[in-house]
Design a protein around this ligand. Structure first.
Ligand code: ADP
Ligand code: MG
Length: 674
């Protein structure tokens, strides 16, 4: 019943259902969960002398006059003047309902709405209570809903009244009963009723918390279920010959950081167990995750199994192939690279050597997950910087195999704990919280457009000095809609300018993989000094000679994204500079946001700021994680509820009974095979 399309409700035609769809409301359940953004408390009366434009208030007074006026464009309106003992206020109506017609001099009313400045201080279309009239709507606390063009608070309230009375008793229970009791409610239908029509705003916000808690609970129950399933799978006990790991570590040109050593110890312990590892390795850009991945591969291959290392793009996959194979091949471990661009013949050879186990480590893009790629002894799967790899995808990859391979996800996106619990709640988390020594300092400066010539000169000097630079644009190509500079046009201009003979390259997401590899190869070898690009360089690219980065229209990027971008420089030993160029129309908010990058290089703090300023969807790319946005819970404000939801989910173990709810709430998710 809850899935019934709103179109079948009385009084909803095609136009109204389109409006509701804009708010994400398609069925009865969506309506029930369309919680008010706030409440109007008509018990709190503001004296007219204290009114401030923009506020939602209630005013109580006596009507002293009502007149019909015609404006120049021929439209008429009704203006009533209401007086209390502090002043007078105008109420304006452009279309008159019978209610407006009752505003006769002497009528005592409460009028509620937003104060506007409309030829003096005024409320346009206030909601009215006629105090001398017994029959009028006298509910004192009213919901204020998120709206869209064509809908009014009145329409939404009517709709909710209908739906609540007809369907609310049908909602299934979700949370354990005690949880609701502690929050002051008898059952779930009471919670839903009260969130819409509470006796006072405090009760409404308590009901909202209860609904946020249940939402988080449903999601945590899924994660809990996945974790339980995974812990029951048989894993592979990897016990390599003595000294394998130590030999590898001593073959490196540097010694591992303390953080790398301790994470590696944890991973080695995971791999020894007969339960499959499920771990997230978090570490800021440049913290040295790749070598940890390579060491894990050593343990795996020395124990007689094959390993897979997956990167999000061809450029990164081939970079990994270069670095990882140069670390592993001296130890006699054979590596192969497989991407969408691999030639048919090479691919056949690769597949064959995988099958007969003469290939130990397969490095590649998502192409490695194609069905034709059979890895008979796969013991370890590592996925780097792949945020689209949500819990559903992880399960899909790991559930079919017996014994189940060990799994590790690596990410440089430092996400706050609440997000980690949500996106990676099925994984154990390790953090590389120490940078390798010997890195240069990166200085970040936020610049005005006026400083362009300074920046250009600076860039020119560094290039003459033999160093390399990135110039980043928000757009790949010129766009008619947006007046922004773009990578392609700027590339053409730079190429013909005085820096042209130092080698200028263009790298955009639209280029074909071979072209991308060619350009990054030239940048790495130094044949190209300046790489003009977009955010495609955001993850992973490792070119030690690059010391300058210029980001144009910087305010258009997320903070974490900028932090990732600037992680591309300062990778060699020398000092580096990142210039964040503001657009001329960058507002004060934008400038303040950018200043965060100037003040810290702690990725976690930056991510937290980003979360506050832009919301979780932007920070971690909620959709990309395969998790649709929560309807009610806020990952910023409800972190205490999240902890509670997680422990309740672990205790109650009730995923089976929540499946339907999950599907209904986070629709479009393919969880059938779970
Ligand atoms: P990320 O964590 O961003 O993937 P990388 O694995 O690409 O970082 O490492 C960044 C750079 O640091 C690489 O050039 C790598 O060779 C170097 N590196 C990694 N670990 C160490 C270490 N312990 N000491 C010195 N340099 C290191
Ligand atoms: Mg990396």
């Amino acid at each position: 019943m809850l899935r019934t399309d709103v179109r079948y409700l009385k009084g909803i035609g095609p136009a109204r259902s389109r409006q509701l769809a804009r708010l994400g409301i398609e069925n009865i359940y969506d309506l029930l969960l369309h919680v008010p953004r706030d409440y109007q408390d008509r018990r709190i009366i503001t004296p007219i002398c204290d009114l401030v434009p923009g506020e939602e208030v209630s005013v109580s007074g006596t009507v002293i006059s009502s007149v019909y006026l015609k404006s120049r464009n021929g439209k008429s309106r009704l203006e009533s003047i209401v007086r209390d003992n502090t002043g007078e206020l105008k109420l304006t109506f452009f279309h008159f309902s019978y209610i407006a017609g009752k505003l006769k001099p002497g009528a005592r009313i409460i009028g509620s709405g937003r104060i506007e400045f409309f030829g003096g201080i005024s409320i346009v279309h206030p909601e009215l209570i006629f105090l001398d009239e017994p029959g009028s709507d006298t509910r004192l606390v009213l919901p204020l809903y998120p709206l869209t063009a064509g809908l009014t608070q009145g329409i939404m309230r009517k709709l909710l009244e209908t739906v609540l009375s007809e369907y609310c008793s049908a909602v299934p229970a979700l949370l354990p009963a005690e949880a609701l009791h502690t929050m002051g409610f008898l059952n779930r239908s009471e919670v839903i009723r009260k969130v819409h029509f509470p006796d006072d705003p405090e009760e409404g916000s308590r009901a909202r918390s209860a609904l946020a808690l249940e939402e988080l609970f449903v999601h945590q129950s899924l994660l809990n279920y996945v974790r339980t399933l995974a812990s029951k799978r048989t894993g592979i006990e990897m016990i390599p010959p003595d000294g394998s790991l130590a030999d590898f570590v001593s073959s490196l040109p540097y010694s591992l950081t303390g953080a790398q050593n301790s994470v590696l110890e944890i991973i080695a312990a995971d791999l020894r167990r007969n339960v499959p590892m499920r771990r997230l390795l978090q570490g800021d850009v440049g913290s040295g995750k790749t070598v940890v991945a390579a060491a894990a591969c050593i343990i795996c291959c020395r124990s007689g199994y094959q390993a897979v290392l997956v990167a999000p793009t061809e450029v990164l996959a081939s970079q990994h192939y270069r670095t990882v194979s140069s670390m592993l091949e001296p130890a006699g471990i054979r590596c192969g690279l497989l991407t969408g661009g691999t030639k048919a013949l090479d691919r056949r050879d690769l597949l064959e050597s995988l099958l007969n186990c003469t290939l130990d480590v397969l490095i590649g893009t998502h192409a490695v997950f194609e069905e034709s790629v059979v890895i008979p002894e796969m013991g370890l799967c590592i996925i780097d910087e792949q945020h689209k790899f949500g819990v559903q995808q992880r399960e899909k990859l790991l559930s079919g195999r017996e014994p189940s391979p060990h799994f590790m996800l690596m990410s440089a996106t430092p996400i706050p704990r609440t997000l980690a619990m949500t996106f990676y709640g099925d994984l154990d988390i390790s953090v590389l919280d120490e940078m390798p020594p010997g890195r240069g300092n990166t200085t970040t400066r936020v610049m005005n457009r006026d400083s362009r010539s300074f920046v250009y000169e600076f860039l020119q000097n560094r290039i003459h000095n033999g160093e390399q630079a990135y110039i980043i644009y928000p757009l790949r190509e010129a766009s008619e809609e947006m007046d922004l500079k773009d990578a392609t046009s700027s590339y053409e201009i730079l190429k013909r300018g005085p820096l042209g003979h130092f080698g200028i390259g263009l790298l955009t997401g639209a280029m074909n993989p071979e072209k991308k590899l060619e350009v990054t190869g030239k940048f790495l070898s130094g044949e190209i000094s300046i790489l003009v690009s977009t955010t495609v360089v955001e993850v992973g690219l490792d070119v030690p000679g690059a010391t300058v980065m210029v980001v144009t229209h910087a305010e258009r990027f997320g903070l974490s994204q900028l932090h990732q971008l600037r992680g591309r420089i300062g990778r060699g030993g020398s000092d580096s500079w990142c210039f964040l160029m503001k657009s001329s129309d960058c507002g004060a908010d934008g400038a303040k946001r950018l200043a965060v990058l100037d003040s810290t290089d702690d990725g976690f703090r930056i991510a937290e700021q980003d979360l506050r300023l832009r919301g979780p969807g932007e920070v971690a790319g909620t959709r990309q994680h395969g998790i649709p946005a929560f309807r009610i819970a806020s990952l910023i404000d409800d972190s205490d509820l999240l902890e509670k939801a997680a422990s309740m989910a672990a205790e109650s173990n009730s995923w089976e009974s929540l499946k339907d709810e999950y599907e209904l709430r986070f629709r479009g998710l393919d969880i059938l095979e779970l």
